[in-house]
Design a protein around this ligand. Structure first.
Ligand code: HEM
Length: 398
């Protein structure tokens, strides 16, 4: 029998979808692949990925965890999302959404928007005052989302350097010990923060959880939710600021249009989210397990099978987005991309992430009109070993 294709697929480019992934997408919506953990179904076309994300017969939890060896990083991520126990996933996850979603209210988002725009202006002023080459990652992409998480959780800005490396450490799949040690630091930090906020509450997410139903939630439950918000809430956005900058640098006409018409920033952000896939694209795959038998076209997925939903490939699918690989600010009523997932686990922080990215891309190319890479694009290194992927530096000049 022929060997199954093996994830992750090599990609000669630092951006975009691996050629083998696109070839499989051309052949059909779903195919059998090998992964580091186990054989799985890989779903690559937009319609099928979207439909399966909304299908309650798929879950994050593995009905047979003993059959799959996962990195510590993956186990922490799954546990943070209450997907670590097949019997309790549905109930515990629903409770997580009930508690977290209202914390991202329109009122809070509106208040945060003004602060975020001020942060971006300050960061760009500092950048412009520096002497290039400057590392855009360090000067802009990293500081902004970490500042925003400080505002959201009510922690001093000075703590950013401390927690700023924790998402990378926790989600480092190459070193289980490093991942476990880092995650412990997160747990200790948030546990202490919750204890402090019980005594001195503020206008922040943790204080609201403490006050919920007159203090009905335990410290441990609040800390679990706080850990998730901290660890999912900044690195994801850092990576998209870097990717968005690179995508616009690759597309000078679109970048000029955006600089001329900053009101196009929301459209630019949607294209950035849709096309922003780096390296081998491992961070653009949502893993699930079948909790019942499911049929996709001719294919029967059996209970317990692993299913990889390739949201990155789906977002490039020409069936859903004509000329799918083109960055196009003028797409007419495009379908909603899947960069934030879809269905019951649709990203809770998506409005906040959009506000941050819009504030950046409304301003970046107006404030620094000559912005360009200070190194060849091929020399940038995507950090494949982290679940979140990302670059460590983006040297630029202007
Ligand atoms: C551009 C930045 C971001 C991207 C691309 C992103 C992407 C995603 C995706 C794809 C999922 C679904 C995972 C799945 O279905 O298994 C998700 C879930 C989640 N995201 Fe985001 N995210 C971003 C920013 C944020 C921010 C800023 C926060 C919070 C401050 C956040 C909090 C969460 C949480 C708590 C979940 C879990 C939802 C659940 O399991 O029901 N994310 N995110």
């Amino acid at each position: 029998m022929d060997e199954l294709p093996r994830l992750p697929f090599d990609n000669p480019s630092v951006l975009g979808i691996a050629p083998e992934m696109l070839a499989l997408q051309r052949e059909g919506p779903i195919t059998r692949v090998q992964t580091a953990g186990e054989d799985a179904w890989l779903v690559t076309r937009y319609d099928e990925v979207r439909t399966l994300l909304a299908d309650r017969r798929l879950g994050l939890s593995n009905p047979h965890p003993e059959q799959s060896a996962k990195s510590a990083a993956r186990r922490f991520m799954v546990a943070l999302m209450f997907g670590d126990d097949h019997d309790t996933e549905a109930a515990r996850h629903a409770r997580m959404r009930t508690l977290l979603v209202p914390r991202f209210s329109t009122r809070r988002m509106r208040l945060m928007k003004t602060r975020i725009e001020q942060h971006v202006d300050e960061l760009l002023d500092q950048m412009a005052a520096g002497t290039p080459p400057i590392d855009l990652h360090r000067a802009l992409s990293f500081p902004l989302p970490t500042m925003v998480i400080c505002d959201l959780l009510g922690v001093p800005l000075a703590d950013r350097e401390r927690f700023g490396q924790w998402a990378r450490g926790t989600f480092d799949q190459s070193d289980n010990q490093h991942s476990a040690n880092t995650f412990q630091q997160v747990v200790d930090y948030i546990t202490e923060l919750v204890a402090r906020k019980r005594i001195e509450p503020g206008d922040d997410l943790l204080s609201e959880l403490i006050a919920h139903k007159d203090g009905a939630l335990s410290d441990a439950e609040i800390a679990h939710l706080g850990n998730a918000v901290l660890l999912f809430g900044y690195e994801t956005t850092i990576v998209r600021i870097d990717l968005g900058t690179l995508l616009l640098l690759r597309n000078p006409a679109q970048r000029a249009l955006l600089a001329e018409k900053p009101e196009l920033a929301p459209a630019a952000v949607e294209e950035i989210l849709r096309l922003g896939v780096g390296g081998k694209g491992s961070n653009a795959i949502i893993p699930r397990y079948a909790h019942s038998d499911i049929t996709v076209g001719e294919t029967k997925i059996r209970t317990g099978d692993a299913v990889m939903l390739a949201i990155g490939a789906a977002n490039y699918d020409g069936r859903a987005f004509p000329d799918g690989d083109l960055f196009d600010l003028a797409r007419h009523k495009p379908k909603s991309h899947l960069a934030f997932g879809h269905g019951v686990r649709h990203c809770i922080g998506r409005t906040l992430a959009r506000i941050e990215l819009t504030a950046v891309f409304e301003r970046l190319f107006r404030r620094l009109p000559d912005l360009r890479l200070a190194v060849p694009e091929e020399s940038l290194r995507w950090q494949e070993h982290r679940i979140t992927g990302g670059f460590d530096e983006i040297p630029v000049t202007f």
